[in-house]
Design a protein around this ligand. Sequence first.
Ligand code: FPP
Length: 260
Amino acid sequence: MFKFFIKNSEAGQREINLDENKIPKHIAIIMDGNGRWAQKRHLPRVAGHKQGMENVKQITKAASKMGVKVLTLYAFSTENWKRPEKEVSFLMDLPIKFFDKFVPELIENNIRINVMGYIDQLPEKTREAVNDAVSQTANCTGMVLNFALNYGGRAEIVTAVSKIAESVKNGIIDVEDINEKIINEAMMTQTLTPYNDPELVIRTSGEERISNFLLWQIAYSELVFTDTLWPDYSEENLVNDIFAFQSRNRRFGGLKEEEE
Ligand code: FPP
């Protein structure tokens, strides 16, 4: 058991006991609400993204400490290019700032960086920072911190389908060979094997949408939506959300034991 004490609004404390054998192995987070966090403080939206980046460090360390194997963070979607140029440019600088300062701490915590998305379309400096972080942490054997950067679930499926079609065209596989395993292997999460699919998906800020995130991989994921804005999302929120996950009855289309 992992014992946590969570602050209550009435200045009291609530004890939460997490079952350490049921910590979700792969957690994926849609980090939403940076803009609203900044607006509430009469700050420019980018101040929210900066605070959001700071929070990535805190949640990464908390997840790693709890024994999570893969933490996937949706940092930039294929649709985010539609935002004002200044905001896009700020978002593109964030990985540079983040890795510049945080890589030694990641190595200290045995955390490996992985990136999924269309990295070749990122500005050169961002791409270099990402690639450097991947190689600097390549020997770390603990949690994988997986950034979805210029990632989109539908684009990923399109890429996978054309990869598979190419294999059929070149006679490497037959149409009859196409199954879930082949599709799984063509997805960007292939490098995360055996933790390809998140067991728990969390979206912050009160929005209840998936927004083109991991469409194939979330078939059986538990979804938790929390009102907290990402820059305010704390270790306590994470404990609460994992507790909600542990309280659910995951059946994968079957029946729970008592119903058999
Ligand atoms: C959504 O909030 C957030 C994003 C589009 C960017 C997420 C990026 C970070 C949290 C920082 C990433 C850090 C690294 C290290 C790459 P929003 O702007 O849509 O918020 P709003 O809905 O309140 O406007």
